[in-house]
Design a protein around this ligand. Structure first.
Ligand code: SF4
Length: 399
């Protein structure tokens, strides 16, 4: 489907959405909250160029030749095209060897195009009823706690799946098979909720191509279902997608000091919060992910301030339809080792062995979570803070 706003060389919106966090870890992520613009396409502006200065595109031949692949190559005409047999295992790109120092640069300068071969919709039941086969894997942002890179040896630029029509056709069949939702649950009262962004950020994908727009448009035709994705990036181009209530966008938030340290290359938290009303007005359902909750000295005061900020700046029409997920930090030993190579300060906050316990996952990775008692007490405290500072914020689930 054509992009609703259409391409433009105008950079006007970019100055409104300066990504102060772009670049070096720890760079300030604050700034005046921006006002979304309905003007020329944000994805052709300065902010998009700074986030995605794409220089090379690795592509499976069929993906490069597909309509979506051609759209992406036209979008980045100066990028070098390198054909690869498989998007999943690219020697010299995936794996840490030699790439740790280039960790952040790789995410912006490299894209991968492939076709999604496995079309599986998995049950979830916590954030969403179903995890859809997503339109991408990987992300141009660089949150220090991100779990997405773990299956790629931690070098993790965006892989765009170009066969979006096949993905949408699969979803249509899956949704039709479910029929009506029989009863409300924590995901939604009436709609089957499909998470379309498990392994990436759909707002950033929308800077690259129309995959996100196509999915948002597709869900408009399915009255029993709703798309959902979490994001840490404010992309005002999404305001023109006309989702008609069938897409839930979940802005992830955390205290500004934590975000400056950990949410590398993302939109500042104040900007995400400030954008919520525009997204509601544009036809999205807007929820918040309070995540990840990172325990460090003073965390309760910092979260209390954030909740007060939400209460102060969000208008009633946002509060009335809002809900939240609370997700405590999960870390990983291999990611800890990688982070020590490019962003060691983040590990002072993320790696807290005295508070954490480890558990080997099915694929052999050593995941690290807060000890049961520590986590239970922290969730109790956070629920208390929400009740006191933002009582309108319904907690869909806390994990
Ligand atoms: S925005 Fe999400 S997918 Fe992207 S790096 Fe951060 S946690 Fe990972």
């Amino acid at each position: 489907m054509p992009h609703p706003a259409g391409p433009s060389d105008d950079d006007g919106a970019a100055t409104l959405f300066g990504l102060e966090a772009l670049g070096a870890p720890g760079a300030p992520a604050t700034g005046a909250p921006a006002e979304p613009s309905a003007g020329p396409a944000f994805r052709t502006g300065d902010t998009a160029r700074r986030l995605l200065p794409v220089r090379e595109i690795y592509a499976e031949p069929a993906a490069a030749a597909s309509p979506r692949g051609r759209q992406i190559r036209e979008r980045f005409p100066r990028a070098r095209l390198i054909e690869v047999d498989s998007h999943w295992n690219i020697p010299g790109l995936h794996g840490n060897e030699g790439n740790v120092e280039r960790w952040v640069r790789v995410k912006g300068e490299t894209l991968v195009l492939g076709e999604r071969k496995t079309l599986t919709t998995r049950p979830n039941g916590r954030s969403a009823d179903w995890i859809a086969p997503g339109p991408s894997n990987g992300c141009a942002m660089a949150c220090a706690y991100c779990y997405v890179p773990r299956r790629k040896g931690y070098a993790n630029p965006v892989t765009v799946f170009t066969n979006i029509d096949t993905i949408i056709a699969h979803l249509g069949r899956h949704i039709a098979r479910q029929g009506r939702k029989p009863a409300p649950n924590q995901c939604d009262d009436t709609a089957w909720v499909y998470d379309i962004g498990e392994n990436g950020d759909c707002s950033v994908d929308a800077l690259i191509c129309d995959n996100t727009a196509d999915l948002v448009h597709a869900f408009r035709q399915w009255p029993t279902a709703k798309a959902s994705f979490a994001t840490k990036f404010v992309n005002p181009d999404l305001l023109a997608y006309d989702p008609r209530g069938r897409t839930r966008i979940r802005f992830s938030v955390m205290p500004a000091d934590d975000s400056r340290l950990l949410d590398v290359r993302t939109s500042p938290v104040a900007e995400r919060v400030a954008a919520a009303a525009d997204f509601v007005d544009a036809g999205y359902e807007v929820h918040f992910n309070l995540s990840p909750v990172v325990l460090r000295p003073g965390w309760q005061a910092a979260w209390g301030e954030l909740l007060e900020h939400l209460d102060d700046v969000l208008p009633a029409r946002v509060k009335e339809q809002s809900a939240a997920e609370v997700i405590m930090l999960t870390h990983n030993r291999d990611l800890h080792e990688v982070n020590l190579g490019w962003h060691p300060k983040a590990e002072d906050a993320l790696w807290r062995p005295a508070l954490q316990q480890s558990k080997r996952s099915e694929n052999g990775a050593l995941n690290v979570r807060y000890r049961n008692q520590v986590k239970a007490e922290a969730l109790h405290d956070l629920r208390g803070l929400i009740a006191a500072r933002a009582p309108w914020l319904r907690i869909r689930y806390a994990f």
